[in-house]
Design a protein around this ligand. Structure first.
Ligand code: DX5
Ligand code: ZN
Length: 217
């Protein structure tokens, strides 16, 4: 089953709790939470206290995308405030394996992300250790950018490896996904779709419904 994980980066931060409930009630599967440190990416979003304040707004899985340097430093804090899945960047960790192990040891699910300029070979060695690979389809830092077509091929490669070795892991895409192009990553093998502006722009309920209709086609 394909999953929709709307990014709350595109929500109205003055009404964040209500905007989280809105995607929940509209029928999204996960909640995608973009944490940025102003170092790994050229932007700062929000952090641990904000996640804590919205945890009570929904029971859905908190899919926390850590665009931060050395996320190993904060695993316990993210766990404490209710993160379920921590996705770290392969480019942001001095020791990727140790970071993955630490997240698993904390009892959380773990995802590994790669940026558009990063070769897919960088994450393949970790596929067996993680619950999800996140293929970034924009350079991270901002919502509302355009999908980079060249990244689709990475999804195809990951799907092929996953099938060859019969792996049970999710393949997520994040960045520039809209109702008009979501079929591209889906056909390539992605099964968790992140969408920020395409969910929050216009009618949220209608947007979620239309994504789900495409998933179920
Ligand atoms: C980008 C973030 C994305 C972003 C997606 O750095 O990781 O999750 O919110 O936004 P859209 O869907 O608008 O490209
Ligand atoms: Zn994200």
């Amino acid at each position: 089953m394909n999953k929709l994980s709307p990014s709350i980066l595109s929500a109205d931060f003055a009404n964040l709790g209500a905007d989280v409930k809105r995607i929940d009630e509209a029928g999204c599967d996960w909640i995608h939470i973009d944490v940025m440190d102003g170092m790994f990416v050229p932007n700062i979003s929000f952090g641990i206290p904000v996640i804590k304040s919205i945890r009570g707004c929904t029971d859905k899985l908190f899919d926390v995308h850590l665009m931060i340097e050395e996320p190993i430093r904060y695993i316990e804090q993210f766990k404490e405030v209710g993160a379920d899945l921590l996705t770290i960047h392969v480019e942001a960790c001095e020791d990727v394996k140790t970071t993955i192990e630490a997240i698993k040891k904390a009892g959380l699910k773990v995802g590994l992300a790669l940026n558009p300029p990063t070769a897919v070979d960088e994450v393949i060695p970790y596929m067996e250790m993680v619950d999800m690979i996140l293929v970034m389809t924009v350079n991270p830092g901002f919502g509302g950018q355009s999908y980079i077509d060249e990244c689709t091929e990475k999804v195809e490669v990951l799907r092929a490896v996953k099938e060859e070795y019969n792996m049970d892991l999710a393949i997520q895409v994040d960045g520039g996904v809209t109702l008009d192009n979501v079929n591209v990553p889906l056909e390539a093998g992605a099964n968790v779709i992140v969408a920020g502006s395409a969910v929050y722009k216009g009618n949220v309920e209608e947007n979620v419904k239309r994504f789900k209709e495409i998933f179920n086609k």
